[in-house]
Design a protein around this ligand. Sequence first.
Ligand SMILES: [Zn+2]
Ligand SMILES: [Zn+2]
Length: 262
Amino acid sequence: MSDWWEKQIQRADQLTAQANGSKELLTFYAQLLRAQKDIYDYLRGRKDWLPSGDLESDLVVLKNAIPEFLKLVETFGPAALAAEARDLSETDDSVLAERLLAHWRSGSDIQFFEKAFLQPYLKWLAESDGRPIGREISAGERYCPFCGGNPQVSFLQNKETTAESGNRDLICATCLSSWEFRRVVCANCGEERPAKLGYFHSPKFDHVRIEACDTCKHYIKGVDLTRVGFAAPIVDEIDAAPLDLWAREHGYIKIELNLVGV
Ligand SMILES: [Zn+2]
Ligand SMILES: [Zn+2]
């Protein structure tokens, strides 16, 4: 839904104005969300067209959105990304198209352009009942059931659900859809012994916590929507970047870096 993007953008603007967390990262992310929403709206608004899920053939349509996206990153991105965006816009479309295809087959969380550009495509693919074709889809409860992506952030909310899941969901870093996950379990290795799982938070970000695992030394951030119902987990997660610093200093590795590289 287009409303979903609106909600993320509004939350990013709101948190930027509060300047409690990472203002610079959020300022860029707010603009990036706008660019992603434009890609989403463009794909969704296209007459008589739905994504096939085969990126190679869908690129014919998708690539029209590349120039505007690069322009935005060049204008609002941090220096290194802005320079890369400028280089990419001066080279042939096919360069980025090749990178997108390579990422599609087997991606990594440090490939900013690929990941950011494909999120709105995959989101629309999921919502339009498509299915990704031609990519490795990891199976298992900790991977996104739609695209096989890693979790970006977890969130707690009150909803009718089984006691087993305990109202905890994960949001996919790749396609932005969410799925239910057991509450007291490491989202990386499946550890479930409470003594091995640690939760850390700071008063500055009262509804966000680090969910760390001492077995695999990985962590993910969790956003508690029962405390701040209007929070947007992927945005609040970025605002609370100082918590990542803490986690890294304590030897934990993030399951998946977010779009601003934190
Ligand atoms: Zn996914
Ligand atoms: Zn673990």
